[in-house]
Design a protein around this ligand. Structure first.
Ligand code: SF4
Ligand code: SF4
Length: 224
């Protein structure tokens, strides 16, 4: 899922400070699961942002809503609950959701309440860890299902850097060395021979190095 974190309150207050009426809009998908941008968080944020202590003048009038997935144009278009007089929307979605809203509701300003941070998975209750960078050319079949791009601090492709100490990463000793995990996993799978194949220098174009990416699925949607 996409993981995001609430921006610092001062930054959010500075964004909405000039508006008199603001809709705070949660997103019902990834950011709900990682407890940063769902309807519940939108209501909490509305309570916080209604407090006069944040403003020199009167606080803006805030209302709260939610869309199941702000990154889906159809769901956004079906949302008809923006009160007249609303001057800005504070979105708790990821950057994809914010941009979808900005296009759908143009010229209404859409402001991001979250910093979109990574593609992650829940490692234990309340903790999400980065596991994928959307590189566009997945190598997990070669690495025992452990991503060397997202989980190795140096994104190495041909084994560890040599700085690993007692199984921990030299960049952050609280993090396990990804290549140690890869080696152990491949050993358990009886696939250590995969380490003998040298990975050539990476072509980063499928990972966004050649500009914005687009995927087209044929046979989807209404006939032209
Ligand atoms: S190799 Fe690429 S696609 Fe596969 S998990 Fe890592 S970043 Fe994601
Ligand atoms: S110690 Fe391991 S995880 Fe850390 S940078 Fe080196 S190879 Fe990557």
């Amino acid at each position: 899922m996409i993981v995001g974190d609430l921006k610092p309150m001062e930054e959010i207050v500075a964004m909405i400070g000039g508006y008199r009426k603001v809709l705070i809009l949660g997103c019902g998908s990834c950011v709900t699961v990682c407890l940063s941008g769902g309807e519940r968080e939108a209501r909490q944020l509305a309570r916080e942002l209604s407090h006069p202590m944040h403003y020199r003048e009167a606080p803006p009038e805030v209302s709260v809503g939610s869309i199941l997935r702000q990154c889906e144009r159809d769901l956004v278009a079906a949302y008809q609950e923006i009160d007249p007089g609303t001057e800005a929307v504070l979105s708790l979605a990821c950057g994809a959701g914010v941009q979808t809203l900005a296009e759908a509701f143009e010229p209404l300003p859409i402001l991001p309440a979250l910093n979109t941070t990574f593609f992650g998975a829940s490692s234990k209750p309340g903790v999400w860890s980065e596991v994928c960078r959307g590189c566009g050319d997945c190598v997990l079949s070669q690495t025992g299902g452990i991503c060397p791009i997202a989980r190795c601090a140096k994104s190495l492709f041909n084994g560890p850097c040599g700085g690993s100490q007692n199984g921990a990463c030299e960049v952050d000793p609280t993090t396990p060395c990804a290549w140690m995990m890869i080696c152990y996993r491949l050993k358990k799978q009886g696939k250590l021979h995969l380490l003998e194949t040298l990975s050539p220098p990476r072509d980063w174009q499928p990972g966004g190095g050649a500009g914005p990416r687009e995927r087209i699925r044929t046979g989807v949607g209404l006939p032209q």
